[in-house]
Design a protein. Structure first.
Length: 131
C-alpha cells in the first residue's frame, strides 16, 4: 500500500467511527445545563468538574472546601469565586468536546442563575445595589 492509500483508509475508518457514534447516540458529550446547575448548587465541592472529567480541579475544590474551617473559611470564598468563573466561562468537557446545548441557551441559563444570586443576596440585605 502506498502512503496515500493508508491515509485514505485511516480517514474512512475515522468517518465510520463518527457515524457509528452518532447513530448509537454515544458521542460522549455532556449536557451544559446539567454542568451549570451542578456548579450552582454543588460547586464548592467540585461535583460539576467530576461530571465533565476535570478530576484535578474537582479534587482541589473539594479539598479546599473541606479544609476551609482551618483557615477561617477564606478558602471557601476563593472556591466560590472559582466556581462562579467556571460556571460562566466553561463551554466544553475535559476532552474538549463542546456541550450538547446551543450556546445561546447556556448563556440564558447562566444569566437567569446570576439574576437569582443577585435577588437572593439583595433580599437577604447582604448587598445593596439600589433595586
Amino acid at each position: 500500500m502506498t502512503q496515500e492509500e493508508i491515509q485514505q483508509k485511516i480517514k474512512e475508518l475515522e468517518v465510520q467511527k463518527i457515524i457509528r457514534e452518532h447513530q448509537s447516540g454515544e458521542t460522549g458529550a455532556k449536557s451544559g445545563i446539567v454542568y451549570i446547575f451542578l456548579a450552582f448548587f454543588l460547586g464548592t465541592i467540585g461535583v460539576h468538574n467530576f461530571y465533565i472529567g476535570r478530576y484535578k480541579s474537582g479534587f482541589a475544590e473539594l479539598l479546599l472546601s473541606l479544609t476551609s474551617w482551618l483557615f477561617m473559611f477564606i478558602p471557601l470564598l476563593l472556591v466560590a469565586g472559582w466556581v462562579l468563573g467556571e460556571m460562566l466561562f466553561i463551554n466544553h468537557d475535559a476532552k474538549g468536546r463542546p456541550f450538547l446545548e446551543n450556546k445561546a441557551v447556556l448563556y440564558a441559563v447562566r444569566i437567569v442563575l446570576i439574576g437569582v444570586l443577585i435577588w437572593y443576596y439583595q433580599s437577604a440585605n447582604i448587598i445593596n445595589i439600589g433595586f
